[in-house]
Design a protein. Structure first.
Length: 135
């Protein structure tokens, strides 16, 4: 077999491997119903914090245990347990993205991302006066 044939075969194997890994690793947003149907499977869930329910975090008791309640885009509410410190300004977040899986009746998050409100939201830009320099 010629060297060029070996190189082409190796190139094709690499391309096929890349295509397969991107197809199996691509995660789309899910919801709690799908996570409940697939316990243990890692999913991304987007939702909002339920501010009417308690946020449980005691840094003195256990700094790496944080739980809260979240409502997904289908309106389903679940308790979320995150084994890490509570993110700063968590209560101000507009949306929360969880990465994790269902374990029993609660969602165990490996990581979470916050979408915080823009500090520019609702503010009007300042206008310059009509005066010209030197007046």
């Amino acid at each position: 077999m010629k060297t060029i044939h070996i190189i082409i075969i190796l190139f094709l194997v690499v391309i096929i491997a890349v295509v397969i890994t991107t197809m199996t690793d691509s995660n789309t947003y899910s919801n709690f119903a799908e996570a409940s149907a697939k316990p243990g499977k890692e999913l991304h869930i987007i939702g909002i914090l339920n501010r009417s329910k308690p946020i449980e975090y005691d840094a003195l008791k256990n700094a790496n245990q944080f739980s809260f309640y979240m409502i997904d885009d289908k309106g389903i509410e679940k308790k979320v347990v995150y084994s890490n410190a509570k993110p700063q300004d968590f209560e101000k977040s507009e949306k929360v993205v969880l990465i994790g899986s269902m374990q029993g009746d609660q969602f165990v998050a490996k990581s979470l991302l916050l979408k915080c409100p823009s500090k520019y939201k609702g503010k009007q830009p300042t206008t310059f006066s009509e005066k010209k320099f030197g007046e």
